[in-house]
Design a protein around this ligand. Sequence first.
Ligand code: 5GP
Ligand code: MN
Length: 338
Amino acid sequence: MQNLEGFKSFISTPKKGVILPHSKPDGDALGSCLAWYHFLRKTGHEVTIISPTDYPAFLKWMKGQEEVLVYEGNEAEAEKLVQDAEVVYCLDFNSLKRIGGLGALVEKSAAMKVMIDHHREPDDFADFPFSDTTYAATCEMIYDLIIELDGREFVDADMAEELYAGIMTDTGGFKHSNTTRKTHMITADLIALGADTAKIGKYIYDANSLDRLRFLGFALSQRLQVLPEYRTAFFSLTQEDLKRFNEQTGDTEGFVNYALSMREIVFAAMIIHRKDGIKMSFRSKGTFDASAFAKDNFSGGGHKNAAGGISDMEDMESTVEKFTSLLPAYKEQLLAAN
Ligand code: 5GP
Ligand code: MN
C-alpha cells in the first residue's frame, strides 16, 4: 500500500465507515468485506457493509452476511450511511463504475476513500490506494493488511473461513495461474486459524439447485458455439433462457469455464442478456489477454485471464455479431496462445 504508515495512523482511531464490494459480489468481494468488517468492529470502528446488489445464495453461510445492507431497494438508508461516513472502504473493485448507483454517491462524498483491490488499471479515486495485481484475491490483501496492522489475534475461525472462501473462488480452487506460494502460505495460516476447508468447499461447490443443473445442461447443449479456427468458444444466453430456468443470482457463475475447458480452446466468452443490458464474461488461457480484449471492445477490464464488460448494443444478435467479427483481428494471438 502506498502510504501504509499514513493509513495505520488514520485507522488507529475509531472511524465511522462503510465497506463496499462490487455489484453482484462474488466470494472474494463478499468474503473480503465481511472479514474486514469483523476486524474493524473488533477494533472499535463503526462500520456497515453496503452491497450494490444482491449476491449468490451459495455465499449466505458467511458470518455477518445477514447484516449486509443491499443498496437496491434500500437506497435512502444507504445514502444516509454514505453521507455520514468518515471513510469508505472499496474492496475488490477498481472503478466507481463497478458499484452502480452507489458510484455517484461515493464520488461526491467527503469521506476518505480506501481502495483494496487486485484488478488492473485502477481509477484514481482513492486517498489510500492499495492496488496490487500480484495478489490472487482481495482476501489475500485483507489478510496481509490485518497482519501489517498487528491484528492476527483478531482473526477468528469465521473470518478465516471468509478469507479462505474468497481465495478459493478467485483461484478457481487453487488451479488458476494466479495461485502462488504466497496464496498457499496465507491459506495455510487461515487453516491454522480455524478454517474448515471441506465445509467451505461443500457450501460453495455443492450448492446447486436442480434448476441450475438443468440450465447448465441446456446451455451446454443448445447455447454453446465453438469456433475452432479461432480457438474460441462462447455461450449466448437470452432473457427467455434465464426465465425458463428460473435463474437466480450466481446460477451462471462458472458456465464460461466449461467453454474454456476444451483442450484446444484458449478464449471463452459468456454473453448474457440481463435486465439492465448485455453483460460479457471472458476467460482465457496462457498468453491471450482477456482483459485487453474486454477493455478495447466492451468497456470492461479485469485480469489477464478473467475479465468482463458490457455490450454497447441492445440486442443479442448484434452483440454476437460484433464479438465474432472481432476475432479475425486477434487470430494470430489466439493461435499463438499457450
Ligand atoms: P466475471 O466474468 O466473473 O463477472 O468477472 C471476471 C473478472 O472481470 C472479475 O475480476 C471482475 O471483477 C472483472 N469484471 C467483470 N465485469 C467487469 C466490467 O464490466 N468492467 C470491468 N472493468 N471489470 C469487470
Ligand atoms: Mn477478486
